[in-house]
Design a protein around this ligand. Structure first.
Ligand code: UDP
Ligand code: MG
Length: 321
C-alpha cells in the first residue's frame, strides 16, 4: 500500500486538535493507503505540544515536530514537508477549515495522473469583509505584477507527488510563499474548489503582521516590477527635464529672458514630487537589498527542537556523515 504523508502546521490550536484529529481519521479509515501525520508545532504557547504527544503515544502514525519558536505558517509547513516520507504528500491547516472530507477525492485525482491537486476557497460570505477584500487585493496585485500566476483564493491545502515535493524542497529560498513556488514549478495540476467551514475553535492565528509579511514575500520574491517603477519614473522625469530645458532655452533664443516668471510654486512642486519618487524607489531597492541580505545569510527557515518521529525506523537524515 502506498504511503501518504499529511502535514499539518499547528500554532496554539489546543482546542481544535482533538476534533481535527478525529475528523481526519474518520475520513481516512476506509482508504487503501498507509498514512503518516506530521503535526508541526510552530512554537505554540498553549498545550498543543502535550496534546500532540499524547496523540503520538496512542497512534504511531502521528509524528510531532516541535519548532524552537514560532517561525510562521510557511516555515512550519516547510519543516513538515521536509520530514514527510510518503509517495503522496498532503498539506492542510489544523483548524478544520480545510475539510478532511476532500482527501479521498484528492487521492483519486493523484491516481488519475495529476502531480499536483490544488484547492481553491470559494468566496466565503461568513469571512469578515476585511479578510475578503485584502485577499482579493492581494491576489489581484500579485497576479498583475508577479512573474508567476497564483490561483486566487488558493489555499495551502494541496496534494503533491513525491517528485513535485522533492523539487519544491530543492528550492532553498528563505522567503517562502509556497503557493507561488508550487505554481512556479509547473507540472500537471487540477483544482478542487471548496467552501471553507468555520474554525473548530479559537481565532485566526494569522495576525495582521503575518498577513503583511506573507504578502510582502509573495510580491518581492515573485516580482521585479517595483524596481522597474523606479526606472520608468526616472525616465519620465528625464523627459520632463528635457522639455523644461527646451522651454527655458526658447526664451533665451527669443531674447526675452526677463519675462521668465520666478515660478517658485512650480519649482517647489517638482522638487517635492521628485523627492518623493526618489524616496519610494530607494525604499523598493532597500526592500530588495534586505531580501537579498536574508537570502545570502543562508539561515535555515526553522529550527527543530524536538521530534517524535516514527518509532520503528531510524531517520536516515542528518546522520549520514
Ligand atoms: N499557523 C502556524 N503558524 C503561525 C500561524 C498559523 O503554524 O504562525 C497554522 C495554524 O495553526 C493553522 C494554519 O497555520 O493550522 C492556518 O492558520 P489560520 O487558520 O490561523 O489562518 P487563516 O485560516 O485565518 O488564514
Ligand atoms: Mg484557518
Amino acid at each position: 500500500m502506498r504511503l501518504v504523508s499529511i502535514v499539518i502546521p499547528m500554532y496554539n490550536e489546543q482546542e481544535a486538535i482533538p476534533d481535527f484529529y478525529s475528523r481526519l481519521i474518520a475520513n481516512l479509515n476506509a482508504l487503501d493507503y498507509r498514512f503518516e501525520f506530521w503535526f508541526v508545532n510552530d512554537g505554540s504557547k498553549d498545550g498543543t505540544q502535550e496534546i500532540l504527544e499524547s496523540l503520538h503515544a496512542a497512534d504511531d502514525r502521528v509524528r510531532v515536530l516541535q519548532l524552537s519558536r514560532n517561525f510562521g505558517h510557511q516555515a512550519a509547513l516547510s519543516a513538515g514537508l521536509a520530514e514527510a516520507r510518503g509517495e503522496l504528500i498532503i498539506s492542510m491547516d489544523g483548524d478544520g477549515q480545510h475539510p478532511a472530507e476532500m482527501i479521498p477525492e484528492m487521492l483519486r485525482m493523484a491516481e488519475a495522473g495529476y502531480d499536483i491537486v490544488l484547492t481553491q476557497r470559494l468566496p466565503d460570505q461568513t469571512e469578515n469583509l476585511f479578510k475578503r477584500s485584502t485577499s482579493r487585493i492581494f491576489y489581484g496585485l500579485i497576479n498583475k505584477i508577479g512573474d508567476t500566476q497564483t490561483l486566487p483564493g488558493g489555499a495551502d491545502f494541496r496534494l503533491l507527488t513525491r517528485q513535485v515535493l522533492d523539487n519544491l524542497l530543492a528550492m532553498p529560498e528563505y522567503h517562502r510563499f509556497l503557493r507561488g513556488m508550487v505554481a512556479w514549478l509547473g507540472f500537471k495540476s487540477v483544482i478542487l474548489p471548496f467552501s471553507p467551514p468555520p474554525r473548530i475553535a479559537g481565532a485566526s492565528k494569522y495576525s495582521l503582521k503575518k498577513m503583511f509579511r506573507l504578502a510582502s514575500d509573495a510580491i518581492f520574491s515573485f516580482s521585479m516590477l517595483p524596481l522597474y517603477i523606479g526606472l520608468s519614473a526616472g525616465l519620465f522625469f528625464l523627459v520632463l527635464a528635457v522639455i523644461e530645458a527646451v522651454y527655458v532655452l526658447s526664451f533665451w533664443v527669443r531674447g526675452d529672458v526677463s519675462t521668465l516668471e520666478p515660478g517658485w510654486s512650480s519649482l517647489m512642486f517638482m522638487l517635492l514630487i521628485i523627492g518623493a519618487v526618489l524616496m519610494i524607489i530607494l525604499g523598493f531597492i532597500g526592500v530588495y537589498v534586505g531580501y537579498i541580505f536574508q537570502e545570502v545569510k543562508h539561515r535555515p527557515n526553522y529550527v527543530i527542537w524536538k521530534k517524535n518521529g516514527p518509532s520503528n525506523q531510524s531517520d536516515s537524515k542528518g546522520d549520514s556523515l
